[in-house]
Write a protein that binds this ligand. Structure first.
Ligand code: ZN
Ligand code: ZN
Length: 391
């Protein structure tokens, strides 16, 4: 008789008897949770029974971002679905289109919202109206994309909590045997959540979301009549949003939502716990990037000029810049700003400190290099440097 090799971690013997059909754009956690409910188990028990002895450990991770080939194989084998179908439920299926990362990375890249974020608290978000229209309620992958802050179909902002008990949405905590649209804690029907409508002046931002969504689906964007791989554009959103978020100082005159943006920044300064404002702000920042690419290259060039941003500002400090982004900046933004922007004392001090900490030579040339201006002809810089160094 053949000896059966047993793997002590993986439960190998049973196939799933009830397999819900994965729905369009469904998240792995949503599909697994629906299956667990069919079995009248919570997620942790279900995983322990059928997939992995330590179900509790897996159910506490961000299972939608977990990259585990064995897990995918197991689910394929036990569900009799195609591996392709199982893999498409994982956020990793967007790799190469939405983001790039190495396979062992535990945390999602910036293009995907973390499930726990102390600053914004928006983990798993949802559109109550989409849930209400579902024949079978389920959670979508796109609700975790950073650019997807609102639902273009229903013209509402997404929300991240149950408005009955104010708990954040967490599928893996569900213990009831109802559908996914009921809060795990108080069992309130999430479909009845009153959503924050998008006023007509905000509709520009919805166009942005639709444009990004279309680009992701096709795998490319068309910018200035040229095809650009979608992942390059999604990576550049991160850098550009960082540069654009200049609050009251932002000079971006013709952008349709500029007043709304400045008002939100002011309000956030005063009461920084208003989470719905964060969502609105992210929504506007995303549409700013859209605005740049719709009117390319003029808006980008104007933005850099009007805000005195140098080539260095666009490049420095950002990790893993794509060749496409770098070439765009090289082409549009001059390397050195000889006319000279305003340079402050604190910038020169900061650069000096930085060089000292790095154990590098501190002189007029090296400090100017860090500040990003010519060392001898920028009058403001020369004056400040002399004042600080020739006491
Ligand atoms: Zn919706
Ligand atoms: Zn609740």
């Amino acid at each position: 008789m053949k000896k059966i090799k047993r793997n002590k971690d993986w439960v190998q013997d049973y196939f799933f008897l009830i397999v819900p059909r994965p729905l369009k754009d469904e998240l792995l956690s949503s599909w697994l949770m629906r299956m667990s409910i069919e079995y009248k188990r919570n997620l942790s028990e279900f995983i322990s029974l059928f997939i992995w002895h330590e179900g509790n450990a897996i159910s506490r991770t961000d299972i939608d971002f977990l990259y585990n080939e064995k897990l995918f194989n197991h689910l394929t084998q036990k569900s009799h679905l195609l591996k392709k179908e199982i893999f498409s439920l994982s956020l990793h299926s967007e790799e190469g289109h939405l983001f790039l990362c190495d396979e062992n990375s535990l945390y999602p890249p910036l293009q995907i919202r973390k499930l726990k974020d102390k600053r914004t608290h928006n983990g798993l978000m949802y559109c109550p109206k989409c849930l209400a229209e579902d024949k079978i309620s389920y959670f979508r992958k796109k609700w975790r994309y950073n650019f997807y802050n609102a639902c273009p179909k229903h013209k509402v902002f997404l929300t991240d909590k149950c408005w009955g008990c104010y708990n954040k949405i967490s599928l893996s905590k569900i213990k009831h045997e109802k559908e996914l649209c009921f809060c795990y804690n108080c069992e309130r029907d999430l479909r009845e959540t009153v959503s924050l409508p998008i006023e007509s002046n905000y509709e520009y931002g919805l166009k942005a979301i639709e444009w990004f969504e279309r680009g992701l689906t096709r795998g490319y964007f068309v910018i200035n009549k040229k095809k650009v791989k979608s992942v390059f554009v999604f990576e550049s959103i991160t850098y550009l949003r960082f540069l654009l978020d200049r609050k009251e100082k932002l000079n971006f005159k013709k952008f349709p939502l500029i007043e709304e943006y400045k008002n939100i920044c002011k309000k956030l300064d005063r009461y920084n716990s208003k989470k719905t404002l964060f969502i609105k702000k992210e929504f506007i920042l995303t549409s700013m990037v859209y605005y740049i690419f719709q009117n390319y290259p003029k808006i980008l060039v104007d933005f850099s000029k009007d805000n005195h941003l140098t080539h260095r500002d666009f490049i420095h400090g950002f990790k893993d810049i794509s060749f496409w982004y770098k070439s765009m900046i090289d082409e549009l933004i001059p390397m050195k700003n000889k006319i000279g922007r305003e340079i402050s004392e604190s910038e020169v001090l900061g650069a000096t400190k930085y060089l000292k900490n790095q154990g590098k030579v501190v002189n007029q040339i090296s400090v100017a290099e860090i500040v990003g201006c010519p060392f001898s002809i920028h009058k403001g810089f020369v004056k400040i440097y002399k004042k600080l160094h020739n006491k």
